[in-house]
Design a protein around this ligand. Structure first.
Ligand SMILES: [Zn+2]
Ligand SMILES: [Zn+2]
Length: 267
């Protein structure tokens, strides 16, 4: 399995999960042309896509999802309420994801878990193939204890580290937007993400982390990594995170089990 972040942040989110049997897109929050060009850079053409998973209906996750699905006859996998919200036309195949049951697509197993975010049915995901699991949780205002074992199943965790509390307070965002972002149905700040990862690290398994959905105005890669590292050190579990990498808003980043063996700790 190879995982490629195609974009991450409030201007667009999309992640490609590649296996020898086909590739899945997790969210499609980029213009179609850009998204396909980035997939092609990693050897995935539209005909290789066996599904588009949609985590929730916000535009930064869905911009080209329906158009891609329609044009290339790719099925969409999402929660029924989300499907209804994004108005998927009748000629696009939609499969419902259910938190109680896993979904299998050509040997790829998908599991979902409801998260707290201001969308109709937002989900975190586990995608597994050939004993490798990636967990993706990019939009959540607070985390529940059940999310810890959900993330512990993964060798790569893609987790939101949206903002620094102080930078958000001082940002130019209007008051209502600041309140929305910091609310339990908004986005995780660096300290909340650090606390979550420190619980994940209790199992002492070695894993990699991608910090996703960083706010460009209310966070920075340096602040996010430093804040989270401090929390992990306080809990004595920083050594279990082999790499912690911030995802850039526009560039691609790739991860694979083989690459993981040679990657050096970035901090
Ligand atoms: Zn969202
Ligand atoms: Zn988002």
């Amino acid at each position: 399995m190879q995982v490629v972040s195609l974009a991450s942040g409030s201007t667009g989110n999309a992640c490609l999960v590649q296996t020898p049997f086909g590739a899945l897109l997790v969210d499609a929050g980029l213009p179609q042309k850009t998204l396909l060009a980035r997939c092609a850079r990693y050897g995935t053409l539209p005909e290789h896509l066996i599904g588009i998973i949609i985590t929730h209906e916000h535009g930064d996750h869905t911009t080209s999802a329906v158009a891609l699905a329609k044009r290339y006859r790719i099925p969409i996998y999402t929660k029924p309420a989300t499907a209804q919200k994004i108005k998927i036309p009748a000629n696009v195949t939609v499969y419902s994801l259910d938190d109680q049951y896993h979904t299998e697509i050509l040997g790829i197993i998908i599991r979902t878990m409801a998260v707290s975010h201001d969308a109709v049915a937002p989900i975190a995901l586990q995608i597994s193939h050939d004993q490798i699991t990636v967990a993706i949780a990019t939009d959540l205002g607070e985390w529940q204890p059940l999310l810890v074992p959900f993330l512990q199943a993964a060798q790569l965790i893609v987790i939101e580290a949206n903002h620094d509390r102080e930078k958000l307070r001082l940002s130019s965002y209007d008051h209502s937007l600041k309140l929305r972002i910091a609310s339990p149905t908004g986005h995780l700040d660096n300290i909340q993400t650090g606390a979550l990862l420190s619980q994940v690290g209790l199992d002492k398994n070695i894993r990699d982390v991608w910090l996703a959905h960083l706010s460009r105005e209310a966070n920075s890669p340096g602040i996010a990594i430093q804040s989270i590292r401090t929390v992990l050190q306080m809990h004595g579990c920083h050594q279990y995170f082999r790499t912690i990498t911030t995802l850039p808003p526009y560039d691609c980043v790739a991860w694979g089990p083989a690459q993981r063996m040679i990657q050096k700790t970035l901090w």
